[in-house]
Ligand binder design. Structure first.
Ligand code: NAD
Length: 462
């Protein structure tokens, strides 16, 4: 795509007040592929004012009409499938097949689900002698990361539009071209001017200005726990609503009765896909002491098969950070059985699929989110020990449990402190609530639970 040199505000591409620009780099070859404006405080203010002005009209639009716009948006996204695939590949480095199937396929499903929910959701209900109205919360400040650039935007914008909210989006600085393409789709879908606005820019300037803007009613943020904490504090000071989708360090618990080869192979694939840049990735594999060495061998072989089939990590900073964690793992005494800090290719931010054995629960690589293709395999003594290890981090975003039968796995999953658990390789469900326990966040995305984040209630008593 050809980058826009403006910001999408009030239904048109307009020059930014701020003269600064962001250079977009292809992480596979380190070449600059485009430049976009780095919007500043004045640009955020203009976008929030446009959203506030558009809010009453959109909030009063009948849900059936909002559903029609969302169907048109889903179609406008689908019409750009090729362009989205190319853009995500260029700015994130995702292999084209994965970009098309997941980076574009998943948001299409999510957009379609909200088109349907907008048409069918009960925005009014009777409770005894009351009529309860579910009304839009108002203007949403959406701040998104780069790891699934289109999905993270759609997971906020689609429910916000379905609810009747107006939006200002500040996407990640590494992947603004996908966000520009999304704005084009919103425009083509006939969403009224000002209902959706895009300000590309830096987190510390545009992001901070948006999170603290008095004209924003809800800040919906996905990204690191450190920034989430700052946004939560700013929202608290302004008595604003806040939704936080933060990091994870999820456990893949393989119980003794499980099909070990299947559990290990799916587990390795889960960590390596998207080059390990998935907040819900099962980066800790927990295996019973008796089957530990067998599992380590299987994991090392599975990781080696990935070889150069995975893309790079997103940028030089993440490259250095991930390799730093690998060095730390070695320094703390973990056993490297696949990958390492050797860079597979000359150019680009590539990291070898890496597996560590002999990882103990307190090691840095077992506690902190690495956000790269790095798996830690840990041994447990019995189920109580497995549960203690699985829950033994500050995070609680996701997880997996494998056992001979689904009931046994589900019984273990019910005891875990985490937001979603896949049982024996259960499929991702775009209608199921997604979000974290503990420091993995506040609130839920997707499906009706995701829609509820953008609604507030009013009770009329009769
Ligand atoms: P980040 O939290 O710094 O950035 C996420 C978004 O927040 C971006 O749009 C960024 O511009 C914005 N932002 C940054 N500072 C801000 C501030 N002070 N106020 C308002 N907005 C701000 O994440 P990152 O630097 O892109 O990645 C760092 C780490 O975050 C990763 O290594 C990973 O651990 C984690 N991460 C998690 C997810 C997730 O889905 N949970 C996604 C991406 C990254």
């Amino acid at each position: 795509m050809k980058p826009h040199d403006g910001l999408y505000i009030d239904g048109a591409w307009r020059p930014a007040e701020s003269p600064d620009v962001i250079e977009v780099v292809n992480p596979a070859d380190e070449e600059v592929i485009g430049r976009v404006p780095a919007g500043g405080v004045a640009d955020v203010d203009a976008a929030v004012r446009a959203a506030r002005a558009a809010l009453p009209g959109w909030a009063a639009t009948p849900p059936a009409e909002r559903a029609a716009r969302l169907t048109a948006l889903r179609d406008a996204l689908a019409a750009r499938e090729e362009e989205f695939t190319e853009t995500v590949t260029a700015e994130l480095g995702a292999p084209p097949q994965f970009a098309r199937a997941v980076h574009v396929g998943l948001p299409l499903a999510v957009a379609a689900s909200y088109a349907e929910l907008a048409a069918t959701h009960p925005f009014e209900e009777r409770v005894g002698n009351s009529t309860v109205l579910h009304e839009p919360v108002g203007v949403v400040g959406a701040i998104t990361p780069w790891n699934y650039p289109l999905h993270q935007i759609v997971a906020k914008a689609a429910p916000a539009l379905a609810a009747g909210c107006a939006i200002v989006l500040k996407p990640a600085e590494d992947t603004p071209l996908t966000a520009q393409l999304f704005a084009e789709a919103v425009h083509d879908a006939g969403v009224p001017a000002g209902v959706f606005n895009l300000v590309t820019g830096l987190g510390t300037e545009a992001g901070r200005a948006l999170a603290g803007h008095p004209g924003v009613d809800l800040v919906s943020f996905t990204g690191s726990t450190a920034v989430g904490r700052e946004i939560g504090a700013a929202a608290g000071a302004g008595v604003k609503r806040v939704a936080l989708e933060l990091g994870g360090k999820s456990a893949n618990v393989i119980l003794p009765s499980a099909d070990l080869a299947k559990a290990v192979n799916v587990g390795v694939a889960n960590v390596m896909s998207n080059s390990g840049q998935t907040c819900s990735a099962w980066t800790r594999m927990l295996v019973h002491r008796d089957r530990y060495e067998e599992a380590v061998g299987l994991a090392a072989a599975a990781a080696a098969k990935y070889g150069d089939r995975i893309g790079p990590v997103v940028n030089a900073k993440q490259h250095a950070r991930v390799r730093g964690y690998i060095e730390r793992g070695v320094a703390e005494g973990a056993r490297l059985v696949a990958g390492g800090t050797e860079t597979p290719q000359g150019k680009g931010y590539f990291v070898s699929p890496t597996v560590f054995a002999d990882v103990t629960p307190e090691m840095t690589i077992a506690q902190e989110e690495i956000f790269g293709p790095v798996l830690s395999v840990l041994a447990y003594e019995d189920e109580e020990d497995a549960l203690r290890i699985a829950d033994g981090t500050v995070y609680g975003l996701a997880g997996a449990v494998w056992a001979g039968d689904a009931e046994e796995a589900a019984a273990f999953a019910r005891r875990m402190h985490t937001g979603q658990v896949d049982i024996n390789g259960g499929r991702f469900n775009p209608l199921a609530p997604f979000g974290g326990y503990k420091q993995s966040g506040v609130g839920r995305e997707l499906g009706t639970h995701g829609l509820a984040e953008y609604l507030q209630t009013k009770s009329l008593q009769f």
